[in-house]
Design a protein around this ligand. Sequence first.
Ligand SMILES: Cc1ncc(COP(=O)(O)O)c(C=O)c1O
Length: 392
Amino acid sequence: MDKFIKNKLKDLKLSNNYRVRRPRDSGNSHIFIYKKKEYLSFASNDYLSLSNDKRVINSAKKALEKYGYSTSSSALISGFTKAHYKLEEELSDFLGQEKTLLFSTGYQANLGVIKSLVSRSDNIISDQLNHASLIDGSILSRAIFKRYKHSDINDLEHVLSSLDKNKKKLIISDSLFSMDGDIAEIKKINTKANKYKALLLIDEAHALGVHGKDGRGIVNNLKLNNKKNIFITGTFGKSFGTFGAFFSGRSDYVEYVMQKSRSYIYSTSLPANAVEATRRSLKIIKNETWRREKLFSLIKYFRKNIRSMDYQVLNSDSQIQIILICDTKKALYVSEKLLKHGIYLPAIRPPTVEEGKARLRISLTVDHEESDIDYLLNILDTIYKKSCTILK
Ligand SMILES: Cc1ncc(COP(=O)(O)O)c(C=O)c1O
């Protein structure tokens, strides 16, 4: 083995940051089957439990029959079907935006959009806890990249006021932070964006489907959709239970991103079966309010019960609940112990989160029951009591 790589891999192992994959042999619900054993999972982003929904699956099957598997081309050559066209229209209507452009993944959407919106000497002002794809897109754009402290509007203002007035500015934030579960103060961020004539890009990946009326997201809920300076990206790999992503906003900008975005132009478009599955999912998201009601009742139940326990829990009213363990080794230990008790909940470690802030990221979904939360919390409690010397 190459010596350099060997040492790098060794370092990762020594720092407890070496990753392994566990090949799942089941669908993606709250049940995770691994090596023929069934685990209760709190590690899926399928918040509305739609990835195994028969209606979604049947829509995908029908599209497979009609369009075949691959689109065999990028959208600008021959990879754009009537299904893609319809989903773009339906999403624009759902989000209350002028125009939408489908991307193959959220990662690609953020890379392509950011690079199209700003260029070399422009300014990007980014929340410190933004998703990796937003950070990577910012770096790729070669714009001047500044971060403000997480959700700190005063710091945002401080950064904005230090920038050249004549240069373009793009503020970027997740709407629901994926590893903390808290929601950005988008209204306040937009007030600053207006004051400093900045564009605003909000990544609604984790909010769509769950938050806002009919799951239309936080931007829509704040009536900040259809604004000249605000754009959103999102992925279908979470609440939609499907695959793919999009960029949405005023039509001239969306059209421009379509012309300029290299991750759009030079990549095979989404398979039509993923598109049709997403169209079906979108209908369910709009119509089945009971899913959000159930999820929010589970969130409330979790919050009520975790309060009495001796864990450091982040402030979150969302389906993403965080128990801070801090030390990476300890977080791995708790996660392994949970696995032994039939619970699948991988530890979240650096570099996904800051050094010293390893955690358990508990993802609640519609298919969970209160009894599942009881089981998780009871096991956590026994691990804590049995191993408090290790955990403290
Ligand atoms: C906030 C955020 N943005 C973008 C992405 C990327 O989306 P995708 O998985 O479709 O590439 C993710 C998913 O991991 C995410 O959490």
